[in-house]
Write a protein that binds this ligand. Structure first.
Ligand code: PMP
Length: 358
């Protein structure tokens, strides 16, 4: 693709997957059918989803008690399914409020039970990750958003929870690095449209030992146990999107998660160094330890320069650089498929911008 794609999601994908995606659209592996036309109950599709699940398991080193689901409804649906399935009717869950995505999860969980919001960075417009909070041993789980796509904050260290399972929205940083201490997690959810593949499917990794204990009678379509029993085909899954995930997972495996993590750190370091040093730019997240390697949010130091930078970016083939409408400014999303060289080129453009307009 000839654009520099800074979209936050759906976002840049490895260009290597497109020829196979295109071929599958016309004639999947010489079946004489488009992948859009096959049954989700056929062995053709079951081979696809099973290989995708195996890749997820091996890449993230998931122990056997983790089940791997590809569901529909996005991470937004998980804001409801998590408490529905994990919060007992008389239970309490801890939630850390790091902005929009966790706020939505909190509001949704409140419909199911008691929610203890243990910390919030709202008073500073969510520019940092709260760390000084107490974990209550009575909580059924602690809910965290590992990377806040809108504010550009990322949790780089897990809090101590003394055995309370972590439930984590990893929508925007899953597969950006290996997951450490997997045994501390009860559930991880991530809609696909960042590092995992095309939009339309949502990965849910759940410790099955935590399920079936809420005392609720859950309709099958909202029940993780029912989805596990039916191997993610309780109802029609997003066949083509899951195929896109499979191709992306193969690409991740070929590159290796350690190499991907190193490249992501390199890109983030290049960009934040420029943001810290270039007098025309200022990063929104001041605490370096809370900055996202996936989404760097920033402002221009002179408000009058916003439009100029916008046009400058457009003229250089850059798309999706505007900040989320709720926070303004700019945001450069640097998911796995964004090459280091693209960020090196973007840094040069920022220097050129400062030279011309500073
Ligand atoms: N959580 C995070 C961190 C997100 O960035 C998003 C959206 N990109 C969501 C949840 C919601 O995902 P979806 O729109 O797929 O429901």
């Amino acid at each position: 693709m000839d654009k520099i794609n800074f979209n936050a999601g759906p976002s840049v994908l490895p260009s290597e997957i497109f020829p196979e995606m295109a071929e599958a659209l016309v004639n999947y592996k010489d079946t004489g059918l488009s992948l859009l036309e096959i049954s989700h109950r056929s062995s053709t599709f079951m081979d696809i989803i099973e290989e995708a699940q195996q890749l997820v398991r091996s890449l993230l080193r998931l122990p056997d008690h983790f089940e791997i689901l590809f569901l529909t409804g996005g991470s937004t649906t998980q804001f409801a399914l998590v408490p529905y399935n994990l919060l007992p009717v008389d239970g309490v869950a801890g939630y850390l409020d790091t902005g929009t995505w966790s706020t939505k999860a909190i509001n949704s969980a409140k419909k199911f039970g008691e929610v203890d919001v243990c910390g919030s960075s709202e008073s500073d417009q969510y520019r940092f990750i709260p760390k000084d909070y107490k974990v209550d041993p009575e909580w059924s789980y602690l809910y965290l958003t590992s990377n806040n796509t809108i504010y550009g904050t990322q949790l780089h260290q897990l809090p101590e929870t003394n055995g309370i399972p972590l439930v984590v929205d990893m929508c925007s940083d899953i597969f950006s690095k290996p997951i450490k201490d997997i045994d501390r997690y009860g559930l991880i959810h991530a809609s696909a449209q960042k590092n995992l593949g095309p939009s339309g499917t949502t990965l849910v990794l759940v410790n099955k030992n935590l399920l079936g204990k809420t005392g609720r009678d859950i309709p099958a379509v909202f029940d993780y146990l029912a989805h596990i029993k039916k191997k993610s085909v309780l109802n029609t899954p997003a066949v083509y999107a899951i195929y896109g995930c499979l191709l992306t997972l193969r690409w991740i495996k070929k590159r290796g998660l350690n190499r991907i993590a190193k490249e992501n750190e390199k890109k983030a370091s290049l960009l934040y160094t420029e943001l810290d040093n270039n007098p025309l730019f200022v990063p929104k997240v001041r605490n370096a330890e809370d900055r996202s390697t996936m989404n760097a949010t920033f402002d221009l130091t002179k408000a009058g320069h916003e439009k100029t930078f916008d046009v400058f970016c457009e003229n250089h083939g850059i798309v999706g650089i505007k900040g989320h409408r709720s926070v303004g400014g700019f945001r450069a999303s640097m998911y796995n498929a964004m090459p280091v060289e693209t960020i090196e080129g973007f840094v040069k453009l920022m220097q050129d911008f400062a030279w011309r307009f500073g």
